[in-house]
Ligand binder design. Sequence first.
Ligand SMILES: [Zn+2]
Length: 579
Amino acid sequence: MNYIAIAFRFLYIFLFINNIAFCQFPLTAFERNPQSSTTYEECIQFYKELAKKSKYVSIVEAGMSDVEAAIHTIIISNQKEKNYIDCKKNNKIVILINNGIHPGEPDGIDGSMIFVKELLNDKSIHQLLKKITIVIIPVYNVGGMMNRNNSTRANQNGPLEYGFRGNNQYLDLNRDFIKCDSRNAITFAELFQKWQPHLFIDTHTTDGADYPYTMTLISSQKDKMNPSLSSCMESKITPFVYAKMKSLDDEIFPYIDFEGVPDNGIYDFMDPPRYSSGYASIHHCMAYITESHMLKTHEQRCKSHIRILHSFVQAANQFYRDILDAKTKSIDFEKSKKLYTLKWELDFKRADTLEYKAYAIERPINKYTNSPFIYYNSQKQTMKKIPFYNKHNAIRQVKKPKYYVIHRAYEDVIQRLKANGVLMIPLKKDSLIFAHFYKILDYKTPKEPYENHYLHSEVRVEEIEMRKKYFIGDFVIPMGYATDRFVIETLEPEAEDSYFAWNFFDGILQRKEYFSDYIFSAQLDEIFEKDPSLLENYQKKLKTDSLFKSNVNMQLNYLYSQSAYSEPYYRIYPVAKID
Ligand SMILES: [Zn+2]
């Protein structure tokens, strides 16, 4: 045998051994039957076996879910890092993939299992893992995953069985990242802090209009993001992933959010931090949501998810240095940033133009309702130019203080801030603090609850200066850290997802003391003697406000609220801002 023949024989043996190793990886439910999807138990067992067979895989319980079962993380690494500090030492990018937040949309769960097997079988894995550590949450909404059925995804094309969207509190966990009503969300916050990922991908399936694309993609809203992150996404990662998917004959499109029909134009999704991508991006992480389409088969959707996960990993490999730099710049920028935007508005005057592959829209008459309905004719495909409204304008900004101060009595808020890595220093002694405070002037509250809360909106405040007593053990939150954006988004009451909006401070919206009108009426001489300006204002109001003049209760309430007897902290948002 000559040397070339010997070399070939060694190569053959090497490939054979590798192939046997791959074959030994367990088959997934999807591989056994492309119409089926894994259960929670089978999924965890699969990754445990993978961890036994591959030196690159480990499985860790990240924390509890809302049932007696853990949320796991699958770590794919060549150096067994345990957290972001280890990864930082090894100059690694961390990619976090979240699956099964909506367990009725399971193709990311099944797709990730095969994605990992393919990755382990790829000969370039060792090279890849020199730069990247991949952390996968195999199933996030564990309770929802266990509620299996085959009907709740009304129009979805398979699989045969899947979990339910809500958790066991009937909550949508993709609205829970700030308010954290579920145990899952606290676990997520802790694992997010533990890994501090550079790139985040949350896998979903969408309903809505019908079109030829199997996969659509949401990128966290660019105007709201730190510019270094959004420019890295917009100029590098996103175009790479689009081109890669096209080269794999699986062309993708931005997520199709529209009114009427998509042909009139689509809107960019403004993702406040209650959503996974909005949450990730305020923690300096480039975030994407994959949305496969419900009318494609489970097999098509799984395969598309496998392709897009590989595409993201390849993008991270290609733009490794840019991604590392973007995160560092984002954190540095945040620490010194002075002004923060609390409210955004979509700009309908500015739009990009996209080439959209559309199914022809027909409007046949339904014989039962006798009215037209939209029918997307997949046999007639056309190319259309449509506007993409993807620019938002800042409409309300706020100055960052040097410190916030909060009573330890707000335990729920403090637990959530701590889980998100916010530095909090307890006061060593009781202190009378002179600071800026917000008086809550107005807000709207819906009649119907939304995700366990009566979410306030259109909050209006007035900034005042006053003294307020804080006590030993209350917390000072110094600003100038990577978590500043999270603190602003949650502690500034006008922010869309603030803890005020989510009802954590509703106690201040009701008076705790009151007055007896018959005694108060008899005391008015004394009150006016001590405060003549109150009498002056009262008489002015009687002259100018006819309703006020005719309503004695309104008059007494007014006098009480303006008098020294009125409690000072009613409607005063109790978080001090110190400049
Ligand atoms: Zn979803």
